[in-house]
Design a protein around this ligand. Structure first.
Ligand code: NAD
Ligand code: WQD
Length: 344
């Protein structure tokens, strides 16, 4: 049997592939891994790194999830039993500039994938959703809260969630985990894979890391007048390896295996803790011993003061919780960034 990982050469996908290849204590999930990625935001160099880390090979197919014929071929040639669907565009600012590309890749692409899965009777899916679907709810955020979106990227995640809920309602054979990620950071401990953004990073951690390594001159801290511990924004940062292990647990919980996920289920993957921007900067400084110049600038439009998860459901449903602390997240980010100063 095989597992299909769309977007598997990307940041979260590549870390998940490592965890899948290395198996878990409870169950051997080290099956054939088939990655489909169009390489719009990743590189095939990741494939060598995956082999270096795990000693195993994956099957890589360069294809776009919007290309139903190509997907059909993948399902015809491999005995796929479940899909983890990471592929998509993810930059909030860019999504307001080119919304159609976001709706095309994230929504139409997912519908294409679901059509092909249906045709081949593959009905087990783990989907990369986001805490962005909680809109302006007050933290801690739990899965029963009403959802909303404030930008086209968030809309695409919300639309796909609605599609998945409708699909599961229409056919009880579907088993779908919509994993709502909080703020994934960190890198694999080997220093061989990590986040590799194109151009100037939008997210805090890659930005701070590039300042620390000397690629960028100065961090802009977006606002210091929030009602938080030091006035800067607070987020629930989660180590990408913990996140990856959450996917393995979610896969085990789908209908084809243990079956604790029935129909379509939204599940937060976060730590339940909040950390401010300045706490991140200071911890990064301590660990890297690098200078991290920053200046306080006005708030970024659309940002909330505080966002963190209620992480209880993932514990009860999947038997998963985050284990790695902020020190590990930043040590691993720094190892990755300092050993690969210009990415791949
Ligand atoms: P990433 O850009 O590193 O990985 C996404 C991968 O999908 C890339 O390798 C890209 O080349 C590929 N891809 C994009 N469009 C495609 C298409 N049409 N067909 C085939 N491949 C395509 O991003 P990531 O951080 O690993 O995120 C993975 C998923 O998790 C995304 O769906 C993202 O929206 C979601 N997510 C990410 C975060 C985050 O902060 N990183 C938070 C919440 C949710
Ligand atoms: C974190 C904190 C900023 C950059 C985004 C998406 C969300 C999800 C994760 C995909 C905030 C501050 C940032 C900088 C700063 N992605 N900051 N200077 O906004 O919580 O979430 O990524 O689903 O949908 O919205 O993450 O890393 O951009 O910001 O001061 O240069 O860092 O204001 O408080 P965010 P982030």
């Amino acid at each position: 049997m095989s597992l299909l990982i769309t977007g598997g050469t990307g940041y979260i996908g590549s870390h998940t592939v490592v965890e899948l290849l290395q198996g878990t204590d409870s169950q051997d999930l080290s099956k054939e891994i088939v990655i489909v990625d169009n390489l719009s935001n990743s590189s095939t160099k990741v494939l060598d790194r995956l082999e270096q880390i795990t000693g195993k090979k994956v099957t890589f197919i360069e294809a776009d999830i919007c290309d139903e014929q190509a997907l059909d071929k993948v399902f015809s040639e491999h005995n796929i039993e479940a899909v983890i669907h990471f592929a998509g565009l993810k930059a909030v600012g860019e999504s307001a500039e080119i919304p159609l590309s976001y709706y095309q890749n994230n929504v139409s692409g997912t519908v294409s994938l679901l059509q092909v899965m249906t045709k081949h009777n593959v009905k087990n899916l783990v989907f990369s959703s986001s805490a962005t679907v909680y809109g302006n709810n007050v933290s801690p955020l739990n899965e029963t809260m009403p959802t909303s979106a404030t930008n086209p990227y968030g809309q695409t995640k919300l639309m796909v969630e609605h599609i998945l809920f409708d699909l599961a309602k229409s056919d009880p054979e579907w088993s779908i985990a919509c994993l709502r990620y909080f703020n994934p950071i960190g890198a694999h401990q080997s220093g061989l894979i990590g986040e590799n953004p194109n151009g100037i990073p939008n997210n805090l951690l890659p930005y701070v890391a590039q300042v620390a390594v000397g690629r960028l001159a100065q961090l802009q801290v977006f606002g210091d007048d929030y009602d938080t511990v030091d006035g800067t924004g607070v987020r629930d940062y989660i180590h990408v390896v913990d996140l990856a292990q959450g996917h393995v647990k979610a896969l085990e919980a789908l209908g084809h295996a243990k079956g604790t996920v029935k129909g379509c289920q939204a599940i937060n993957l976060g730590t339940g803790n909040g950390t401010s921007v300045l706490e991140i900067v200071n911890t990064f400084k301590d660990i890297s011993q690098a200078d991290i110049p920053y200046k306080i600038v006005p708030r970024r439009a659309g940002d909330l003061a505080t966002v963190y998860a209620d992480a209880a459901l993932a514990g009860s449903l999947l038997g998963w919780q985050a284990n790695l602390d902020l020190t590990a997240m930043i040590e691993d980010t720094w190892r990755w960034q300092s050993e690969n100063p210009n990415g791949f």
